[in-house]
Design a protein around this ligand. Structure first.
Ligand code: MRU
Length: 362
């Protein structure tokens, strides 16, 4: 069973319950957040993280922000929804899921604007729950489509955490591994520790180990040696935002892994739902990349590991050019050798939950 990453508790007013990922794997602690400011902070400091989970958190964050609105002044309620969504938009810049989830919540409020405020509040909770429910379905579909890549006896490598902790179900990049494990296949996964915040060590290794999957932890700088000496057969990573041409932003270090994979002739796959595409961006140069505070590098986990005052560059993500990507596993199937035309075709032949929703409320 995947871990309960984030869910709504109670009705209205209620709370968002989430596992505090900053404490893992040492401590499994659930938080109940009942204010939007607490959700903003949880997203910012990565108590909840991973693109799909951030989208779900944003949906529940809007509910938290407006659930105590009293009275039936619909214009004032609409202003409040817009204010709360704008505030949540400032929490983290790269994962597109945050932005489409907030757009979607605002569209829901707009579609319901003729209803009472209480009805609109219920509608927003239903919308946030729908985002969570759709994410579960997308994870399972990605697992099914990625299953063929995880052959019996194969050795895979992943970077960061795109597992259950990053989604409402069992992940994107890790979904094919969970599906293959359920199908009785034997395989090994190498997990990059993922400096500086160690999502690979703290979260991916923990999740795979809990599931009984054969996982080996390596430092990021061991990936090249692992490819050569451990005969890595494939790489699967997640994504935070994919441009119209297939260039993919994911956790810092992903680009390096893709370059290494090309050198070693290892196929490099991205697993992500179609909701992670941002087709308003022509290519990866337009994806906003979050820069985080220097202390994550100089004082990782509380201990000084660099001289005081040293200059630091700490981008949280990088962009892997589409040429290095063998395929993107979406909830609809494997999109091989992504480029602008193939991605447009993929969208033209499949309806996404997002499209269906936009069609319903446009
Ligand atoms: O900074 P994080 O931990 O939110 O970064 C997460 C990643 O880069 C994941 O690989 C990505 O969001 C995909 S999660 C299914």
């Amino acid at each position: 069973m995947p871990v309960a990453t984030i869910e709504w508790k109670g009705e209205l007013p209620g709370a968002a319950r989430l596992i505090d990922q900053t404490l893992l794997p040492g401590e499994v602690r659930y938080l109940e957040l009942d204010r939007v400011e607490a959700m903003w902070e949880a997203i910012q400091v990565l108590r909840v993280r991973g693109a799909p989970a951030i989208g779900i958190a944003a949906g529940y964050g809007v509910v938290l922000g407006v659930q105590r609105f009293r009275g039936d002044d619909r214009a004032a309620f609409a202003t409040e929804v817009a204010r709360v969504a704008a505030y949540l938009r400032t929490s983290r810049p790269t994962a597109v899921n945050l932005f489409w989830a907030l757009d979607r919540m605002e569209r829901r409020a707009h579609a319901d604007e003729g209803r009472s405020v209480a009805d609109q509040q219920r509608g927003l909770l239903a919308e946030a729950r729908a985002i969570e429910a759709e994410d579960r379905v997308m994870c399972r579909a990605i697992g099914r489509h990625g299953l063929a890549l995880v052959r019996d006896g194969c050795v895979a490598l992943t970077h960061c955490n795109a597992g259950g902790l990053a989604t409402a179900d069992y992940g994107t990049a890790l979904a094919p591994f969970f599906a293959a494990h359920a199908a009785g296949r034997r395989f090994k996964v190498f997990a990059d520790e993922t400096r500086p915040l160690l999502q690979g060590a703290r979260l991916t290794a923990w999740e795979l180990q809990q599931a009984g999957i054969d996982v080996t932890l390596i430092c990021d700088n061991m990936a090249a040696a692992a490819m050569r000496e451990k005969k890595i057969d494939l790489v699967i990573v997640g994504a935070d935002r994919i441009a119209a041409n297939g260039d993919t932003a994911n956790k810092i270090g992903t680009y390096g892994v893709a370059v290494l994979a090309r050198h070693h002739n290892v196929p490099f796959y991205v697993a992500a739902p179609t909701s992670t595409f941002d087709r308003t961006l022509r290519d990866g140069t337009q994806i906003p990349i979050e820069e985080r505070k220097s202390s994550e590098i100089t004082h990782g986990f509380g201990r000084a590991t660099a001289p005081d005052g040293v200059a630091v560059w700490n981008p949280a993500f990088d962009v892997t050019p589409r040429e290095l990507i063998a395929g993107i596993i979406t909830e609809h199937g494997l999109l091989e050798r992504p480029d602008t035309r193939r991605i447009a075709d993929h969208f033209a032949t499949h309806t996404t939950p997002l499209d269906r929703h936009q069609g319903a409320t446009a």
